[in-house]
Write a protein that binds this ligand. Structure first.
Ligand SMILES: *Cc1c(COP(=O)(O)O)cnc(C)c1O
Length: 363
């Protein structure tokens, strides 16, 4: 079977070149006589793999020296707990609730501290990003939390909130490396690898050094301390060694292909192709406010559930897979992360056009 165009929201498509390198190195990594999966995380060979991965990510995102880069496990979900556990001082935090993930993050944080929801788009099923110009940031907030790209709903922050000087924490699980971000604007960034980077199982945390502290609640598990992981360069315990290796291959691939600037250009091109089609379609329409549209996750519907289902089914048969929307939104969602080639989006747009003509002819 040929490879398909995979529009999965995550785990998601990886660059084919990277998969080929991983395949070539599967049995014998650089003459070590073994594959990366079989290697000690304390070996010299592996040390270079993890150090290179960090150095390359630092280059790609222009991460300043006063930030630590951590390779952890537990996905976005564990960060929903680690963030409050490690950043609490006054035990108050502000959350901007723009979707399922931010909602879950707020709920988890509320186990440990007082959560203020200072803005939300829940009144319109999270189809927009709320007005950020007049935020009432709590004077005693330990941090302000955002989910920058809402994977399920297909919205993104096109500007950052004014946090009145409070530390900004961003869940970048589905938009890290998709466009240039100024890391210095954030206190902490986290992202599960499985959307826009690599295999599931690795979580990347970028944290400003002054936030690392031993002064954690007594009940906080040692494994959930950022400082422990930072002090040990992500080798406190066995890290997700193979996942970090593949992430590293993706970073090298991005650097060799123009870095984040070039990805951003391609991502704009891909997103515009799809959104322009949707805006001119007589059958399909986008589901979110135009100004807040995600570059990574494009959500759309037709007026009929039946036609939605038929579309997903026929697209799948044509080799365009994983287009069904998240169960909380319905309709369709095309995730077009960095690794989705422009050709994949062109194939989707062509299929949608053909499908539209066919359906409209029938009625
Ligand atoms: C997928 C996703 C999560 C959840 O990630 P897990 O790694 O499954 O815990 C959290 N936040 C965002 C923005 C996501 O897209």
């Amino acid at each position: 079977m040929e490879r398909v165009w995979n529009f999965s929201a995550g785990p998601a498509v990886l660059p084919e070149e990277v998969l080929k390198i991983a395949a070539e190195q599967m049995l014998n990594y650089e003459n070590s006589g073994m594959g990366v999966m079989e290697m000690s995380h304390r070996s010299k060979v592996y040390d270079k793999i993890i150090k290179d991965a960090e150095a390359d990510l630092r280059k790609l995102m222009n991460i300043p020296n006063n930030y630590k880069v951590l390779f952890l496990q537990g996905g976005g979900h564990l960060q929903f707990s680690m963030v409050p556990l490690n950043l609490m001082k006054n035990k108050v935090a502000d959350y901007i609730v723009t979707g399922e993930w931010a909602k879950k993050a707020a709920k988890e944080a509320a186990k440990y501290l007082k959560v203020n929801k200072i803005a939300s788009s829940d009144d319109k099923n999270f189809t927009y990003i709320p007005d950020l110009s007049n935020l009432k940031v709590s004077p005693d907030a330990d941090y302000v939390f955002i989910c920058q790209n809402n994977t399920i709903y297909g919205t993104r922050f096109t500007e950052l909130p004014d946090t009145s000087g409070k530390d900004l924490v961003s869940d970048m699980s589905s938009n890290i490396l998709s466009e240039p971000f100024d890391v210095t604007k954030f206190a902490l960034i986290f992202a599960g690898a499985q959307k826009n980077i690599g295999p599931a199982g690795t979580t990347i945390v970028i944290i400003r050094e002054d936030l690392l502290t031993d002064d954690l609640p007594e009940y906080c598990p040692t494994m959930l301390s950022y400082k422990i992981h930072a002090d040990k360069d992500s080798l406190y315990n066995t890290p997700p060694t193979y996942g970090i290796y593949v992430c590293g291959l993706v970073f090298k691939h991005l650097l060799a292909n123009g870095g984040v600037e070039q990805m951003y250009k391609k991502n704009l091109e891909k997103a515009n192709l799809l959104y322009d089609f949707l805006d001119n379609s007589k059958l399909f329409k986008g589901t979110v406010a135009k100004k807040d549209r995600s570059l990574m996750n494009v959500t759309f519907v037709t007026d009929s559930e039946e036609i939605n289902d038929r579309f997903v089914k026929e697209a799948t048969a044509a080799g365009l897979v994983n287009l069904k929307g998240h169960r909380s939104v319905g309709g369709m969602r095309a995730s077009i992360y960095n690794a989705m080639p422009v050709e994949g989006v062109k194939a989707l747009v062509k299929f949608m056009g053909d499908f539209e003509r066919k359906v409209l002819n029938e009625s």
